[in-house]
Structures are given as C-alpha cells and as structure tokens.
Design a protein around this ligand. Structure first.
Ligand code: AMP
Length: 591
C-alpha cells in the first residue's frame, strides 16, 4: 500500500501531513505555507484558484470566491459559476486536490490514500460527503476520524503517561470538546460534545458589527448594503481580532471605505482588548455548557483531567484561554501546535492503517484508536416509544442486537423506524431510516422473535438490519444521505432534549404506569370471566368497582398530559385492584 497521508480539511485552513521517521510532519504547499486557506475562486478569465491566491482576490471577486465551504457539507447547497452548479463536495475536492498535489511533490511519488478529519459533531451525511469529496479528488479515504481525537493522537505520540485529557477545539466555524483517555497504546474517546455554530467567524462578526456601528455613529453612513465595503470591514475585523491576541489595543484603518457629499470617507477606529472581550463575552461563555456536558458524559470531574489541549486558531484568544482555565482549573497545555496537530494525528492514523509500527510514548504495542458515536440511536416500539439500542458516546465500531416481538396477533410484517436523538418518544427524535420486515411467521402477539441489529463502522456510518429468527427472513438498510440529520437538527435535538428532559421523564413514567395498569385490567377481566362461578358476589362486585375506578383514571387524560399526582392516584388504584383480585388466578400478570 502506498503512503497514507493525513488531511485536516478545515473551515478556514487545511493542512496535510505524513509520518516520516516515526514523526508526523506537516507538508508545505507549493507556496511554502504550512497551511492552505480553504478558499476556492473562479476568475473572470476562467482560471480556478485555491488557497491564499484565492483568498487574496476575494474582496474584488466575492461572488465567485467560496470560503467556509465546510459549513455546507452534506447539505443541498450549490453555487452556480458560468452555468455549472457545484456542490460542497466538489468545491472541497478542489482544496483536497491541491493538498494531494503538494504531498505528491513532497514525497516524489503518487498519493492515492488519505485519512481525513471531521468535527466530532459531523453526522453521517457530512462524513459521507467528506468521503465523497476525497473520492472526487482522487483519494481513497481510508478512514474519517474526529478532529479532537486526531489532536489527542498527535499529543499521545509524544507524551506517554496514561491520563485523561480534554481537547478544547475552537476553530473557524465549529466548537468541539472531547474527553479522551490515553494509555497502553489505546486512545479512547470517552465523551464528546460541542456547538456546530460557534467559531472564529462569530468573533469576526461581533467585531464587524461594532465597526459598522462606530462608522455609522461617527460618519452617519450605513455601509451594510455595500458588499465591497462589508468585505473589507470583515477582513479588517479578523485581522484586528488576531492582533488583539497579542496586543492590548489595535487600530483599524480603511481608507476610502465610503463617500458622502464632501468626498471620500475613511474608517479609523481603535479597539482595545477589553472592548473586544466585552463584544465577544457571550460567545466565550457559550463554550461552558458543552464542556460540562462532556465531563458529565465521561463521568469525571475536571480535577481528574491530566491535561487540557487547545486546538483550533480561535484558542489563541486570551479570553478563551482564560475561560478554559476557569472551567477546568488547569493551565491549558501549549505543547502542541493548535493549527497542525489535527493533520498530524490523521497522518499517524494513516501510518497505523498502512501497517506502520508507530507506538504511543510509554507503551510497547501499536496504537489503537477508539472513537465514539455523537447521538443515541433507537427504533420505535409500541406506544410511540423510542427504544434505545445505541447510547450516545458509544465506542466505535458498534455492533448491537436486541430481540423485539410483535404487538398484534398474526402480524406478518413489522415496520422498523430508525431514530437518532436523545428524546424518549419516537416523534421527538429524527427519523433517519425506515423499512419493513415482511414474511414473519404468523403467530400470537409476543411470540415471533425479531432480532434488530445496529452496526456502526469506524467512520461512524450506520447499517440497520432486522431478522425473523424463526423464518430466517432478513432485511437491512444503510442510512444514506437524504434521510440524515443536519447539523442544526442535531443541535436542536440536544437542546430540545435538555429543555424537555423533565417533561419527557413524566411522559415516559406515565406511559409505563398506564400500560401496566392496562395490562392489570385485561388480566383481571380475563380471570374474572374464567372464575365467575367460584367467586362470592361481594368479591366480584368489589373487583368490578376497582376495575372501573382504575379505567376511569387512566382514560381521564392522555398519558402525555398527566401529572405526577395523577400517576400516584393510578398506582394507588392498581394496588387496590391487585388487593381485591388476590383471590383470582392471574399467573400471566407480572407488575
Ligand atoms: P482553524 O479552523 O482551526 O484553522 O481556525 C481558524 C480560526 O482561528 C479563524 O476564525 C481565525 O480567524 C482564527 N484565528 C487564527 N489565528 C488567530 C489568532 N492569533 N487570534 C485569534 N483568532 C485566530
């Protein structure tokens, strides 16, 4: 197998690395840069530009320049240039082709295989889209790995001691946080969380808005509709933000930004770091919840962290570093390069996949990388309940089977409705697939045994199958692009799950209590019909009264609207009915 390169396909910048002499080295592009801006442009003369050449001409050719295309991966987004529509995969492939070319020139041999990194929160469609982009660029994508995991891999190669680390990754467009355990040749992701719409671009936007407001206040000119002026302000805002990472104050000067009746008007505005911190405080604070969730999901306290690694260009912002310190009680580590470690980790994974003999420092075996799935997976069962088969943060690859049965007598097919999300009721989760298993042997409800299996491969791509263990009939689907969740939906699903957690719990409890009560009623009524003769009149009357009281309580409202007080009443009525019907033979009833 030829060398497998590692690619960090970033929102703002991309880089490529390869392992040489046991070390992951960054491959410079033809302009000698260690990272390539993820920008593609089509000039008016039909030339296609990538990287810094594309970025440099963005202000004068904004309609034909594409940046941050990663934000569109796996969506329906398209851009039409000279009558041809390009999707995000095709634009990304142009960047990948550039990186591949640099690697070929550096190595002096053809490169056909790569490991590409994605944000941990990328869903299956986005991962598939990234793989497709690689394919379009002529690369066999041997593995898709999560960016924070990749960073941990790069760190683990150099720093031996077994420990749990946090990777806090704030890039241009996304925020990812992962808790990872390194030790004994294993890099295991314990939990991951994040916000797909939080990154450096939002900081740029906050500064841009401020500059626009200041210009309006001092010059009384609103430039928001002036596309070229806005592009200049945005670029200057990003530059100012970067400068404020090292200095306490910076001045933005944009000559000839606009004009009024007296002639050209220039923008000249000083921004202090304190002002910048004030403008972006909310953004920095937004990283706190995912950090806490990831720690909770990993089941550890911040004090148990051995190291906190900062990844992504936006972690250079002093207020961000301060926030991380506040949240974890630890001085973040500066021992890895936040811009390069992701590509380096991917190269290490590539080397491992090609059979190389890399070792984690402190271990005497190879390296095993264990990643996780970002959301829980379930199927819909009786009463619209989402029965969970794979928990969020389960280690990949996942192979899990569970036996289900039929709810109605003589059912010859079952619908398998595959769901993704954290909510207990099916309708509140995202449908990611649906299929029918036909040809089930006809039998009483509850007799057929249907084995449902979820298989998630190491790239995070899911296959679901269902098999009737009696007839051997089997049906399966691989979840494909158009039925997957978007980023927004994933985030919404998690936000909703948090917001509605309390509401969900009571609904779930109500469903359980009502279905147990219904089961008790059916059994008592059947037993009563069977043993009519032997019962005392008074006993039968008592049982019937208790039955009708319980029936009234469970039909008064739908379970979703019940309060805990009402559930307690139902439970008490069940107890009374059980007590009254103790004389009946109800062998099938188990509370
Ligand atoms: P990445 O996606 O990791 O390449 O991160 C890119 C983001 O980091 C962009 O929003 C950059 O503006 C931001 N960035 C890069 N360098 C700095 C810096 N010195 N200070 C603040 N932000 C930075």
């Amino acid at each position: 197998m030829s060398r497998i390169i590692g690619i960090d396909l970033g929102t703002t910048n991309s880089s490529v690395a390869v392992v040489e002499g046991g070390k992951a080295v960054i491959i410079p592009n033809e302009r000698g840069e260690r990272s390539t801006p993820s920008v593609v442009a089509f000039t008016n003369s039909g030339e296609r530009l990538t990287g810094s050449l594309a970025r440099r001409q963005a202000a004068v050719n904004s309609a034909r320049t594409i940046s941050s295309v990663k934000r569109h991966m796996g969506t329906e987004w398209k851009i039409s240039i000279d009558g041809k529509a390009y999707n995000a995969q095709e634009i990304s492939a142009m960047i990948l082709r550039d990186l591949r070319k640099s690697a070929e020139e550096y190595l002096g041999e053809p490169v056909t295989d790569a490991v590409i990194t994605v944000p941990a929160y990328f869903n299956d469609i986005q991962r598939q889209a990234t793989k497709d982009a690689g394919r379009i660029a002529g690369l066999n994508v041997q593995r898709i790995i999560n960016e924070p995991t990749s960073a941990a891999l790069a760190y683990g190669l150099d720093h031996g001691a077994a420990q749990k680390i946090m990777v806090y990754d704030l890039g241009g467009g996304t925020f990812d946080v992962s808790i990872i355990e390194i030790g004994d040749g294993v890099v295991e992701v314990l939990a991951t969380g994040g916000d797909n719409h939080l990154g450096g671009d939002d900081f740029d936007q906050a500064v841009t808005d401020y500059l626009v407001r200041e210009f309006q206040r001092t010059e009384r000119i609103d430039v928001r509709k002036d596309v070229a002026a806005m592009q200049r302000i945005r670029e200057a805002a990003e530059q100012a933000k970067k400068e404020l990472s090292v200095t306490e104050s910076t001045t933005v000067q944009l000559p000839y930004l606009s004009q009024n009746q007296n002639g050209p008007v220039h923008l000249d505005c000083t921004i202090t770091r304190a002002k910048f911190n004030e403008l972006t405080r909310e953004l920095v604070n937004r990283t706190a919840i995912p950090v806490q969730n990831a720690l909770n999901d990993a089941g550890i306290a911040a004090s148990e962290l051995g190291k906190v690694l900062l990844v992504g260009g936006s972690t250079r912002i002093p207020a961000v570093q301060q926030k991380v310190k506040e949240l974890t009680g630890k001085e973040p580590s500066h021992s890895i390069n936040p811009d390069e470690c992701v590509a380096q980790g991917a190269a290490i994974q590539g080397e491992v996949l090609s059979g190389g003999s890399l070792q984690l420092a402190g271990s005497d075996g190879g390296i095993l990388l264990l990643d996780v799935t970002p959301l829980s997976l379930s199927i819909e069962t009786v009463g619209g309940v989402a029965s969970r088969l794979v928990e969020r943060n389960s280690t990949l690859p996942v192979h899990y089977s569970q036996i289900f049965t039929t709810a109605a007598p003589f059912q010859s097919s079952v619908d398998i409705h595959v769901l993704q999300g954290e909510r207990p009721m099916a309708r509140d989760n995202k449908t990611i697939g649906r299929f029918k298993l036909k040809g089930i042997k006809k039998a009483m409800a509850g007799v057929p045994q249907i084995e449902v299996t979820f298989d998630i491969d190491t790239n995070g791509i899911l296959k679901v199958s269902a098999k009737d263990l009696d007839t051997g009939k089997e049906q399966s689907i691989t979840i494909t692009a158009n039925n997957k969740m978007s980023d927004e939906e994933i985030e919404q699903a998690i936000r909703d799950a948090e917001q509605y957690a309390a509401e969900d719990q009571i609904r779930r409890d109500a469903m359980t209590v009502c279905s147990e009560a219904q089961m008790l009623l059916t059994n008592v009524e059947q037993a009563l019909a069977a043993e009519k003769k032997q019962l005392e009149k008074a006993e039968r009357k008592q049982i019937k009264e208790e039955c009708s009281r319980l029936k009234k309580l469970i039909t008064k409202k739908t379970p979703e609207k019940m309060t805990y007080g009402e559930l307690d009443e139902i439970k008490a009525a069940m107890k009374d009915l059980e007590y009254a019907s103790a004389c009946l033979n109800m062998s099938e009833y188990r509370p």
